[in-house]
Design a protein around this ligand. Structure first.
Ligand SMILES: Cc1cc2nc3c(=O)[nH]c(=O)nc-3n(C[C@H](O)[C@H](O)[C@H](O)COP(=O)(O)OP(=O)(O)OC[C@H]3O[C@@H](n4cnc5c(N)ncnc54)[C@H](O)[C@@H]3O)c2cc1C
Length: 398
């Protein structure tokens, strides 16, 4: 099998890239080791993803927003506070002159829309379940060996895109080094239903164990992301629903009234990872394989989607001009264009995670002053809001 671009990994980023490339007339083979629907088990507890305004624009550009819009919940306000302290701030879509500061989508629904779009697109060949087991790089391209139900299949491509996640085997095989920050923390997530209407407000609350986010979802549900250390994680997962509710209520407070339904809980270990180099000969790392972030600011997928937008634009142009999509100079240019945004978001997210998970008094004072300052100085707050909305830096599209 021959193609221009081989994408390994059909998570949210790899699938978005396949659709974006097909929209630029670029033939793609996408390989995903999980079977169809593996990541899409329908349940009350599906993970919610906060999409920035910039991500909406990218989905509009690749023709998916209309399909997604009916299932997302707009965030009209963000309320940021520090439990037990005086500082808090408030971001408002009206003040920022936008319809919404962002949108909350179910990962399951995003995956479904992407799968339907890929199935309808003749330029995309999706092989699943199939696992990349080996690849050989030469001057003109990459020969990949896949395991499909015990059978070996070969794919020849001019460019290999590694969308194979935080534990990327492609990155490891190429010896591309990474920098890792381990937080010794996990995110416990659950969908919860409050008694009072959420009013499309997202809450970011910094507690003594770490940040807690409560995001508005359709049908007055909320997605809870509660960051905690390892003993805290074990405790929160083992509590009865009633005891969990009491703990949650005590830390979050009563702004949304009583939480009347608690969904199934699960947890994700937290680390920040950044590859020193995101390109190699005929290979590019995109999404979590290039950078895995702490979910405190809901930036990981949004950043990956900006990688997708820039790469799809550059590859689409190269193919339209009859140029080589795996050419070294193209890949180097891509890496340069993404460097600032990737580094900036990683530092911003890491700084927030550290600042707000540290109970030391001077830091606590600093962040409270910071929150108050954000509220007093609209210009600073506007910049903060632009970062949160994924609009800062203007790295949207091509
Ligand atoms: C608790 C939590 C909350 C989050 N909330 C937000 C949020 O609100 N907003 C936001 O923007 N981001 C958020 N994120 C981050 C976001 O979920 C990730 O950035 C995004 O899902 C990464 O997608 P990916 O496709 O790069 O990687 P992955 O989802 O890890 O996908 C990698 C895929 O590659 C496949 N694969 C791996 N190896 C092979 C192989 N050899 N052959 C074939 N296939 C292979 C895997 O099966 C997998 O499907 C959150 C993350 C967490 C943990």
């Amino acid at each position: 099998m021959n193609t221009e671009v081989l994408i390994v990994g059909g998570g949210l980023v790899g699938s978005s890239l396949a659709v974006a490339l097909a929209s630029r007339a670029c033939p793609v083979v996408l390989v995903e080791e999980g079977g169809g629907g593996r990541a899409t088990s329908p349940s009350y507890d599906d993970r919610a993803i906060a999409l920035a305004q910039g991500s909406r624009r990218i989905f509009e550009a690749i023709g998916l927003w209309d399909e997604l819009a009916s299932g997302v919940c707009p965030i009209r306000q963000i309320h940021i506070s520090d439990r037990g302290h005086f500082g808090f701030t408030h971001l408002d879509s009206r003040r920022e002159r936008v319809d919404a500061l962002g949108y909350v989508a179910l990962a399951r629904e995003l995956g479904r829309v992407l799968e339907v779009s890929m199935a309808a697109q003749p330029r995309i060949e999706r092989l699943a379940p199939a696992r990349l087991v080996d690849f050989v790089i030469d001057a003109d391209g990459v020969t990949a060996t896949l395991n499909r139900g015990g059978q070996a299949t070969q794919v020849r491509a001019r460019l290999l895109v590694a969308c194979d996640g935080a534990q990327s085997e492609i990155r490891e095989r190429l010896g591309l080094e990474t920098r890792r920050w381990e937080y010794g923390q996990s995110a416990v997530i659950a969908n919860v239903t409050p008694a009072l209407p959420h009013g499309n407000i997202a809450y970011e609350r910094f507690t003594d164990t770490g940040p807690m986010a409560v995001l508005p979802m359709p049908e007055n549900r909320c997605s809870l992301v509660w960051t905690t250390d390892q003993p805290g994680e074990e405790r929160l997962l083992s509590l009865s629903d009633e005891h969990f509710r009491e703990d949650l209520q005590q830390r979050f407070g009563w702004r949304l009234g009583r939480f009347i339904r608690i969904g199934r809980r699960s947890s994700y270990p937290l680390a920040l990872l950044r590859a020193h180099r995101i390109v190699d000969r005929r290979v590019v790392l995109v999404g979590n394989s290039a950078h895995t972030l702490h979910p405190v600011a809901g930036q990981g997928f949004n950043l990956g989607l900006r990688d997708v937008a820039v790469l799809a634009g550059m590859l689409g142009d190269a193919i339209a001009a009859g140029a080589d999509p795996g050419a070294d100079d193209l890949l180097q240019t891509y890496a340069k264009r993404r460097q600032g945004d990737q580094l900036g978001v990683a530092m911003f997210t890491d700084g927030l995670a550290r600042l707000f998970s540290n109970p030391l008094a001077p830091l606590s004072l600093a962040r409270n002053l910071g929150l108050v300052a954000l509220d007093l100085f609209p210009a600073v707050k506007h910049e903060f809001a632009r970062h949160t909305m994924g609009l800062a830096g203007g790295v949207i599209g091509r």
